[in-house]
Design a protein around this ligand. Structure first.
Ligand code: GTP
Ligand code: NA
Ligand code: MG
Length: 303
């Protein structure tokens, strides 16, 4: 249905790691923002997506970052995060070392077949031991380049913003060496809902990642069992934009209901088509729920 010519697209980089190892702080350093201080209890509750521009060898390179929560209650969200991921940045605090969610995140990366760049964080702390992190991860098959392996480890300190350029360079090098990412830019958009919530003033708001085609204001879309027409699109800074191409994360307003993280979204030519798809999906879900209640095993179908 999407037959446009393939064009290269920016990498989608998911930042994963143990709780409080500095994932959001690292993204703050990359984006020159301060999200961490605004988080309740300093804990990330939602998956957030941001696109940044990196200067590399005299060219402008876009990179999309997805921030994930480290708390173990968010395992399912992290697992879905890995499905849209091209590269995983595994954040390990050098004062704490490898922890249970570090390994869980690494397993998601392996399952997704995504190359891993390790950000060894908090190297500003006196008790930091970045070499120990390298040794620990060797046991899990991530061998640092300087130890004769193939994984790039970069020492950073997100809080004082040290080593950030080296990390971005490692991401671009990994992309260029290991990946050849392409997607059609023409045609109806397709992608994944990253996060969604009900806003008191704006109604259902969904952060979506466009994976194929171009999403435009006015498009009829379906996301999970929700449908509607794109009334407005905002970028990660809250600026209104008119269209979004592959690997671009955007906030969409105009859905009639709140989709779930991980729901596939698609744009179609008219309202009737998206309403029919949404109704089919709702019916499938109701049937799955009934089957689950009846005691049968079901697999929720996210695709
Ligand atoms: P969750 O999303 O809750 O899993 O945490 P996170 O991995 O996003 O960690 P976050 O960015 O919230 O940072 C946790 C704490 O570590 C905060 O108090 C940060 O200020 C601090 N921190 C992060 N990076 C550094 C660093 O490089 N050095 C020092 N000293 N502190 C840091
Ligand atoms: Na935190
Ligand atoms: Mg966080």
């Amino acid at each position: 249905e999407n037959e446009g010519e393939q064009e290269s697209r920016p990498p989608v980089v998911t930042v994963m790691g143990h709780v409080d190892h500095g994932k959001t702080k690292l993204l703050d350093a990359i984006r020159h923002t301060n999200i961490v201080d605004g988080e309740a209890g300093g804990i990330t509750q939602h998956i957030g997506a941001y696109q940044v521009h990196v200067e590399h060898a005299g060219t402008d390179r876009a990179v999309t970052f997805i921030d994930t929560p480290g708390h173990e209650a968010f395992t399912a969200m992290r697992a879905r995060g890995a499905n849209v991921t091209d590269i995983v940045v595994l954040v390990v605090a050098a004062n704490d070392g490898v922890m249970p969610q570090t390994i869980e995140a690494l397993n998601h990366a392996k399952a997704a077949g995504a190359p891993v760049v390790v950000a060894v964080n908090k190297t500003d702390l006196p008790e930091a031991n970045p070499d120990k992190v390298r040794q620990q991860l060797t046991e899990y098959g991530l061998v640092a380049e300087e130890y004769g392996g193939e994984t790039m480890f970069v020492n950073v300190a997100a809080k004082p913003r040290i080593g950030i350029d080296n990390l971005l360079e490692a991401i671009i090098l990994t992309n260029d060496a290991a990946l050849d990412l392409k997607a059609p830019v023409k045609g109806n958009a397709q992608g994944v809902a990253i996060e969604a919530h009900l806003d008191r003033g704006r109604g259902p708001v969904a952060s979506v990642l466009v994976q194929k085609g171009t999403l435009r204001v006015g498009d009829s879309i379906v996301a999970g069992g929700a449908h509607g027409r794109v009334r407005a699109m905002l970028d990660e800074s809250g600026n209104r934009i008119k269209e979004a191409t592959p690997s671009r994360p955007v906030q969409v307003q105009g859905l009639t209901a709140v989709p779930s993280a991980g729901d596939v979204f698609l744009a179609a030519d008219d309202d009737r088509t998206v309403r029919q798809i949404a109704e089919q999906r709702q019916a499938r879900r109701r049937a799955a729920q009934q089957a689950a209640r009846a005691g049968r095993t079901t697999l929720e179908n996210f695709m």
